[in-house]
Design a protein around this ligand. Sequence first.
Ligand SMILES: NC(=O)c1ccc[n+]([C@@H]2O[C@H](COP(=O)([O-])OP(=O)(O)OC[C@H]3O[C@@H](n4cnc5c(N)ncnc54)[C@H](O)[C@@H]3O)[C@@H](O)[C@H]2O)c1
Length: 255
Amino acid sequence: MSQRVLVTAGASGIGLSIVKAFAAANRSSRIHICDIDERAGLALVDQLPGVTFTKADVCKEDDVRRLFDDVQRELGGLDVLVNNAGIAGETAPVESYDPQIFRQVLDVNVMGNFLVAQAAIPLLKQSPSASILIMSSLAGRFGYANRSAYSASKWALVGLAKTLALELGPYGITSNSIHPGATQGERFMNVLKDRAACTGTTLEAQMQLALRNQSVQRVTEPDDIAALVLFLAGPHARTISGQMFAMDGDSKAAN
Ligand SMILES: NC(=O)c1ccc[n+]([C@@H]2O[C@H](COP(=O)([O-])OP(=O)(O)OC[C@H]3O[C@@H](n4cnc5c(N)ncnc54)[C@H](O)[C@@H]3O)[C@@H](O)[C@H]2O)c1
């Protein structure tokens, strides 16, 4: 199925895997990405034909306006919105968490999601088969010691995804949240390093701790998340909406 897709923070990490999955699934799909990393965004455009790029920060209203001017010009409409951008914030207990960083995490993770979804709605309503995928986290299913802003923001996204499902269901638009746990990549390794530093333990000890809460002792691959996104945006998922999809080896907690 040829689709017009927007992936926020698509230049690296999980977003990049999602972009590559859509590109591999159908050569005639067109994928637009935004990212604050211009170098990585332009490098991807060079690598993957059919991918276009806007340098945009999802929590800045002017950037989002510019992004959707580009989406309109490059794609001429939109079938799939993947709201993937999100930042981790600092690792510290609530008692000493920097309020400015807390605000920044909410701004990128929650306001960014809202602004992009809001701008996408008129385009999605014109699509014959539209989907919204919102990247939450394991931290959006459990409390998360020393990661209060991240956890609060990822729970907020469940409310947003479920509300979008209610409001847009009558237009045939689905909206679901995805909740990855420990996912292979640089970010996960940095989280483990921060947690080790914060608690005075080793990286290896933090890896064991991260997997200890999982029934399935495996780290999730970004390509697995991309495959789920592809399915939820595809023709066999037209009645799947308002749901939370955990991909975390059946985790029982977020630390
Ligand atoms: N990696 C994990 O272990 C993990 C687990 C659960 C959920 N998630 C969520 O998945 C999403 C992607 O995670 P990741 O690990 O691939 O991210 P990442 O830290 O690797 O960053 C991916 C991209 O986001 C871009 N970015 C950062 N802030 C942005 C902004 N304000 N506007 C636009 N682009 C921005 C970066 O430039 C980068 O290219 C995030 O929402 C994250 O919270 C990640």
